[in-house]
Design a protein around this ligand. Structure first.
Ligand code: ATP
Length: 493
């Protein structure tokens, strides 16, 4: 990370705290590792991102509906999905520092170092050996590689390692009063399974016809071995997922469609296309027949924000097997090849899965600017969040120019009408310039000032966040100006 990008990231993190976007969880108790709380403006921004996703996925598609399934589910679900046996990372501890690492990441870091030192042959060979060991779940092999390549703990500097062990990422707890094995339940590590186990409920009660989708936004929990980079890797986070059920054999075309549609959703916010890229998975999970990540250029490099996966009929078939309940769909449409109905089958699934917290961070980083406003006479600068108006936590701030002469009353009168439709802030403290800066820092698109002239002709001054330009308008026009500015049409059309 270069100095300037490192600084940008640090500045965004401290800005997020200072202005009530993101706080460390349990801060007064020195925090809880990799758990965060969203503050007064952060939760507004997060809600607006959710609304944008929900509208784009559910409201804009007649054949997609949304659900809200429980975090706790029958423990058998996680056996069927493969999470109990396979949702784990290989970890290793250094006996001198007592620090824990992911064995595969230590080796990945070593490969990067070989590449940097121009030792491409060594890097390629190690990559092959690592892939093979991971595929075969050869934990002894992983440790042998760590020893053979003389990897030392960055903290203690020693090579005094424990054996490599599998570490399951699922959190578990007990349900009910009696603590025995039968009562173990997991905190879901993904929201998708809540959709799979409800797919027939939704299909039947909603008379859905294939192809159709089910969307959901909700919390997911993973006991990540190493959590780092602020809200990129958390132990409690939020996902926005959509499972799209299709006729077997059509998954390729639907995969391409969703891959494209999802990137368009990101770009509609006005982000420069060069900030995004697709990353194709070359090593596919055993159940997948295609997988792409949508990556964003964070200050610390390109990183996954969203995954598009073609999951075949793996999950539904597994649930059919484990639950003994039919997961088949009857497709009455006529197959032109056989001139008979397609009949009964287990649908294939295309999944789009985006991390809300990573989307939040991306949005903050994209919007954050420290703008130099210096002139020849004086030095000046401001911190501004250039958020899309649809996402901005506060849509407009209303200021009386001074705290007397009936201006506060007039400002409140204007506010009382507008607040029925928009999230607004009223501020009368400090000089106008200071108030502008506070609103710039939280991304408020416009500020509305009420002055003595307002009392005479009912006009107000609007000051725009991005251009800092001002104009005088009739107060009766405010509803339309604000409405046009924050209309979801601007993003969805
Ligand atoms: P990674 O490789 O970064 O661990 P993943 O491939 O395990 O991610 P998925 O299981 O595909 O991630 O989850 C879908 C999305 O959920 C990811 O694209 C990411 O945005 C988000 N996500 C996954 N794990 C976390 C986490 N620990 N904290 C925050 N967001 C996460």
């Amino acid at each position: 990370m270069s100095k300037s990008t490192d600084e940008l990231f640090k500045n965004v993190i401290s800005h997020a705290k200072e202005y009530g976007f993101v706080f460390q969880s349990s801060e007064i108790y020195d925090g809880l590792s990799a758990v965060y709380d969203y503050g007064q403006f952060g939760s507004e921004l997060k809600n607006n991102i959710k609304t944008y996703w929900w509208k784009a996925m559910v409201q804009m598609h007649e054949n997609i509906v949304g659900i809200d399934s429980a975090i706790f589910m029958h423990p058998k679900i996680w056996e069927a999905s493969g999470h109990v046996a396979g949702f784990s990372d290989p970890m290793i501890d250094n006996k001198d520092s007592n620090k824990r690492y992911r064995a595969d990441q230590l080796l990945e870091d070593k490969i990067e170092r070989y590449k940097k030192d121009g030792k491409t042959d060594k890097a390629e060979l190690l990559q092959e050996e690592l892939d093979e060991a991971l595929k075969m779940e050869n934990l002894v092999g992983l440790k042998d590689l760590i020893l053979a390549h003389e990897i030392a703990d960055p903290v203690s500097g020693t090579r005094n390692w424990t054996d490599v062990r599998q570490f399951n990422l699922m959190f578990s707890t007990q349900m009910g009063a009696v603590a025995d094995d039968a009562d173990v339940v997991y905190l879901r590590p993904e929201t998708a399974q809540g959709i799979f186990v409800n797919y027939l409920n939704v299909q039947k009660s909603g008379r859905m016809k294939i192809p159709f989708g089910i969307a959901q936004i909700g919390k997911a929990f993973r006991n990540e071995v190493i959590a780092r980079q602020f809200i990129i890797r958390m132990r409690e986070f939020e996902q926005m997922e959509m499972q799209f059920f299709v006729r077997p054999g059509t998954q390729k075309e639907w995969f391409e469609k969703w891959k494209k549609t999802r990137l368009e959703w990101h770009l509609a916010l006005g982000t420069a296309p060069k900030k995004y890229r697709y990353h194709e998975h070359t090593k596919l999970a055993h159940y997948a027949d295609a997988a792409y990540d949508i990556e964003f250029d964070f200050p610390f490099g390109f990183k996954e924000v969203e995954g598009i996966h073609s999951r075949t009929d793996f999950d539904l078939s597994q649930h059919q097997k484990f639950s003994n309940k039919k997961m088949q769909y009857f497709d009455p449409e006529i197959d032109p090849a056989t001139e008979k109905p397609y009949g009964n089958y287990i649908p294939y699934v295309i999944e789009t899965s985006i991390g809300l917290d990573r989307m939040f961070l991306l949005t903050m980083i994209n919007a954050f600017e420290e703008e130099d406003l210096s002139t020849e006479e004086k030095q000046d600068s401001r911190t501004v969040l250039r958020l899309h108006p649809c996402l901005a936590p506060v849509k407009a701030a209303i200021f009386p120019l001074i705290k007397k002469d009936g201006l506060p009353e007039k400002a409140r009168e204007i506010m009382d009408k507008l607040k029925l439709d928009f999230n607004l802030q009223y501020e009368e403290k400090d000089a106008i310039g200071k108030r502008y800066r506070r609103q710039d820092a939280i991304g408020t698109p416009i500020c509305i000032t009420v002055d003595h002239q307002t009392l005479e002709d009912n006009t107000v001054t609007i000051r725009y966040r991005d251009t800092m330009k001002q104009e005088r308008v009739d107060a009766r026009e405010l509803e339309k100006i604000l409405g046009d500015m924050v209309s979801w049409k601007n993003l969805l059309a």
